[in-house]
Design a protein around this ligand. Structure first.
Ligand code: MN
Length: 260
């Protein structure tokens, strides 16, 4: 065994004592986009346009143009995304210090509760019960809400739109500020289309996760998948967004490193 930490790490990868889990949903035209009320600007869906495919347009090569909103599919939310985070230094996809893109994760499993109630909200009390079992959330950790929601894929059950909007589980209005202040987490991750609950537009503080996390210069991850393959603690996430200058977020290939 090498005494060099990085050599030990790559050996563990090749021996599969450290495994790499893909937490990313496929990015394609059917990737769900949350429609906003018609008065607001709208995000483009993902679109792929072939430039050439070993044909008269380019005999030896295949490539595509693509377009989409920054917040499409599995993606990273930067603090500048929300008005509460607009004045932080280094708050955009190109300026966030890159060491922030590797961080441990705590995974809170509420699959049962979310399966019973599409409007389930994760409370501070629930997180404290989780901590009693797994230990205090370490500073600088991601908190990932495992709901099983990613199983809906690109079906209509994913956005779960009704007359009164989307119904998807998320954090209780009090939780994001508590996690940011009391636990100093690096951010919040969810299996839903966004980091907030589907009904969060109607909360007393609308979109409390966006408001308080980005207000505290924290990050977000949305549309995560395969959270069932992560342990409650001990996984490490790799989450670099594209280096879009002054970007508010970006689709992201989110990977997790897991021991054993
Ligand atoms: Mn987003």
């Amino acid at each position: 065994m090498s005494t060099n930490l990085l050599m030990q790490f790559t050996q563990a990868l090749s021996q599969k004592t450290i495994r790499v889990i893909d937490l990313t949903q496929p990015l394609q035209a059917s990737t769900p986009i949350l429609p906003l009320p018609p008065d607001f600007g709208q995000s483009w869906p993902f679109r792929l346009e072939e430039i050439s495919r070993y044909d008269e347009r380019g005999p030896g090569w295949y490539w595509n143009n693509f377009s989409c909103g920054e917040h499409t599919g599995t993606h990273f939310d930067a603090p500048i995304h929300w008005v509460t985070g607009k004045d932080h230094a280094h708050n955009a996809t190109d300026s966030i210090p890159v060491d922030k893109f590797i961080a441990p994760a705590c995974v809170i499993d509420v699959t049962e509760e979310a399966g019973r109630d599409a409007d389930f909200l994760l409370t501070c009390e629930h997180v404290e019960r989780w901590e009693a079992q797994h230990g205090r959330i370490p500073e600088g950790s991601w908190v990932l809400m495992r709901t099983g929601w990613s199983r809906h894929g690109a079906s209509s059950a994913y956005l779960n739109l009704r007359e009164d909007g989307s119904h998807v589980p998320g954090p209780h209005p009090e939780l994001p500020e508590w996690l940011a202040r009391e636990r100093n987490v690096i951010g919040w991750g969810s299996e839903g289309v966004g980091t907030d609950a589907g009904q969060a537009f109607s909360f007393e503080t609308p979109f409390p996760c966006h408001c308080h996390m980005h207000g505290a210069n924290k990050f977000g991850l949305a549309s995560l998948a395969n959270l069932d393959q992560l342990p409650p603690t001990g996984a490490v996430l790799i989450t670099p967004p594209l280096k879009i200058v002054n970007g508010s977020g970006s689709p992201c290939r989110v990977l997790a490193l897991v021991e054993g």
